[in-house]
Design a protein around this ligand. Structure first.
Ligand SMILES: [Zn+2]
Length: 441
C-alpha cells in the first residue's frame, strides 16, 4: 500500500534547486577570521579547550569500527543510468572516506571548526549490486505525496528490497524532475528515511513499510566521477558531483537532520530551530550549492561555542557545493553511532536477527572462490533446519536447499552454476547470514 506523506517531509527532501545560483568554487582556510575571533574574544581558546576535554570524556571507552553491509539496486532504462560496477565501488569508497574523516579535502575545513570534526568509525561493505531494467518513470508527485515507492518493488518496475533490517538498501534510478502540474519546480537528488522514534525527528517520518526503508539516489549524483552532469536550473552551470549526495542521504538514514534545523518544516524558520546536535552552529537556512564562507544566518552567541559562529557550510548535512563539504561533527557522529547500535542494530547482526536465539549460529564457506562444490560448515550443529538461497548478482534465486537439524556441514553443488559472484543467504534456526561466493566455472 502506498502511503501519503505530509508536506513537512518534502521540506527535508527538496534541495533548494529553486534558487538558481552559480556554484563558485571558493576555498579558504579562513585563518584570518579565526585569529580575528580569538582577538575579539580572548577567552575563546580556553573555552574551546574546556569543551573539547568534556567531549573527549563523554566518548571515553573502547570504540570499535561498525560495519554496514550495503546492497545497491541499479534500476535503469537508458544505458547511462546503468552505472558501472567501478563507479558503484568508487561511491562505496567515498562513503568509507567521508564517514571516517579519511577524505582528501579535510584540510579545507576552517580552522575554527577543526576541533568539532569527527570520525564516525563506520565502514560500508558492498555485498552485491542488483540490476533491473525498467520502463517505469520515477516521478515524485508532490500533490499526493508519492515519493516513488515503485523503485522498491519489482512488480512496479523497481527492485525488491533486500532484507532492509540487515542491509542498507540503496536504490539508484532516474528521478524525474519535480513538477506541479506541467511546471518543473526542481529536482530531488535523493532521499532517505530515518529510523523510527528518534528524538531529533518528528514522529512518523520513518519508512511507511519495512520493505521501503533505505536510501534513494538519482543516478547522476551517485559516484565521484559520474559522467552525466546535473544542470542547475537557471542556466548557471552544472552541479559539482563528488559522491557526497549519498554521504548526506546515508547520514539521514542514520538519524541526522539538516544543520539549519529544517525550519519551515518542523517549525518556524528561525535561528532557534535545532537539528538536535549541539556542535552544529545555529543557522536558519541552507546553502545554495555554493561555498559561501561569509554565510552567517544567525548572529548572536551560539551557546555551545560561546561565540557568534558562522554557518558550518562544510558540513555534509548542509547543501553547500560538494567540493565545499567535508565533515561531520562529533555530535553528529555520536548520533549516527547510537542509531547504528540502537534502532538500526540489525545492520550489525548479519549472523542473527532473532533476539530469541540464545546463540548465534554462524557458518563458513570453503573453498571460496569455488568451482565444483563449496562446503558450508557450521560452528555448531544446527538446532533447527535452515533454508538456504543462492542469489546471483541480479538478486535472482539460482538454487535453494534446506539443511536439516543436527547437521554440521553440507556441500553445495556448483557444477551447473555459471561463473560469477553470488550471495548465499541462510534463514532459519533464528539466524540470517549472507556470504559472497565467487564461482569459477
Ligand atoms: Zn537532506
Amino acid at each position: 500500500m502506498r502511503t501519503s506523506f505530509p508536506a513537512f517531509l518534502f521540506g527535508l527532501l527538496l534541495p533548494c534547486f529553486l534558487s538558481a545560483q552559480s556554484v563558485p568554487r571558493i576555498f579558504c582556510g579562513n585563518e584570518l577570521f579565526s585569529e580575528m575571533v580569538a582577538t575579539q574574544y580572548p577567552e575563546w581558546a580556553q573555552s574551546i579547550e574546556t569543551t573539547f576535554e568534556q567531549a573527549k570524556l563523554t566518548q571515553a571507552g573502547p570504540r570499535t569500527t561498525l560495519t554496514i553491509p550495503a546492497v545497491v539496486h541499479v534500476v535503469w532504462n537508458q544505458p547511462e543510468e546503468n552505472l558501472s560496477d567501478e563507479l558503484i565501488e568508487a561511491q562505496i569508497q567515498v562513503l568509507n572516506e567521508d564517514f571516517n574523516r579519511m577524505n582528501s579535502d579535510t584540510g579545507n575545513l576552517r580552522s575554527m571548526f577543526e576541533w568539532v570534526a569527527g570520525s564516525a568509525d563506520i565502514e560500508f561493505e558492498l555485498v552485491t549490486i542488483l540490476r533491473r531494467e525498467t520502463t517505469t518513470m520515477f516521478e515524485v508527485d508532490i500533490l499526493s505525496g508519492n515519493i516513488i515507492p515503485e523503485v522498491k518493488h519489482t512488480d512496479d518496475g523497481g527492485s525488491d528490497a533486500f532484507f532492509t533490517g540487515n542491509f542498507l538498501n540503496i536504490w539508484v534510478c532516474n528521478i524525474q524532475p519535480l513538477k506541479v502540474g506541467p511546471i518543473v519546480i526542481g529536482q530531488i537528488l535523493g532521499f532517505a528515511f530515518p529510523p523510527a522514534d528518534l528524538d531529533n525527528w518528528p514522529p512518523g517520518s520513518n519508512a511507511p513499510n519495512a520493505d521501503e526503508d533505505g536510501v534513494v539516489i538519482d543516478y547522476r549524483v551517485f559516484g565521484p566521477d559520474n559522467p552525466t552532469p546535473v544542470e542547475i536550473p537557471g542556466g548557471s552551470g552544472n552541479l559539482v558531483v563528488k559522491g557526497r549526495t549519498p554521504t548526506h542521504e546515508v547520514a539521514h538514514y542514520l538519524g541526522l537532520r539538516h544543520i539549519w534545523g529544517d525550519g519551515g518544516t518542523f517549525g518556524p524558520n528561525d535561528c532557534m530551530q535545532s537539528d538536535g546536535v549541539d556542535d552544529t552552529p545555529y543557522a536558519d537556512s541552507e546553502s545554495a550549492f555554493d561555498c559561501d564562507i561569509t554565510k552567517n544566518t544567525c548572529t548572536g552567541i551560539d551557546e555551545f561555542y560561546g561565540l557568534d559562529m558562522p554557518d558550518l557550510i562544510e558540513n555534509f548535512m548542509d547543501y553547500a557545493s560538494e567540493d565545499c563539504m567535508n565533515m561531520f561533527t562529533k555530535g553528529q557522529v555520536e548520533i549516527m553511532r547510537n542509531v547504528l547500535m540502537g534502532p538500526r542494530s540489525g545492520l550489525l547482526e548479519s549472523t542473527s536477527i532473532d533476539s530469541e536465539t540464545t546463540e548465534a549460529q554462524t557458518w563458513n564457506v570453503s573453498p571460496n572462490p569455488a568451482s565444483t562444490f563449496a562446503r558450508i560448515t557450521f560452528q555448531t550443529p544446527l538446532v533447527e533446519s535452515s533454508f538456504f538461497r543462492l542469489l546471483d548478482q541480479y538478486g535472482r534465486q539460482v538454487t535453494s536447499f534446506i539443511v536439516g537439524a543436527g547437521q554440521h556441514a553440507t556441500d553445495l553443488d556448483l557444477t551447473s552454476i555459471p561463473g560469477g559472484m553470488y550471495v548465499l543467504v541462510s534463514e532459519g534456526d533464528g539466524l540470517i547470514q549472507t556470504s559472497r561466493i565467487v564461482v569459477h566455472n
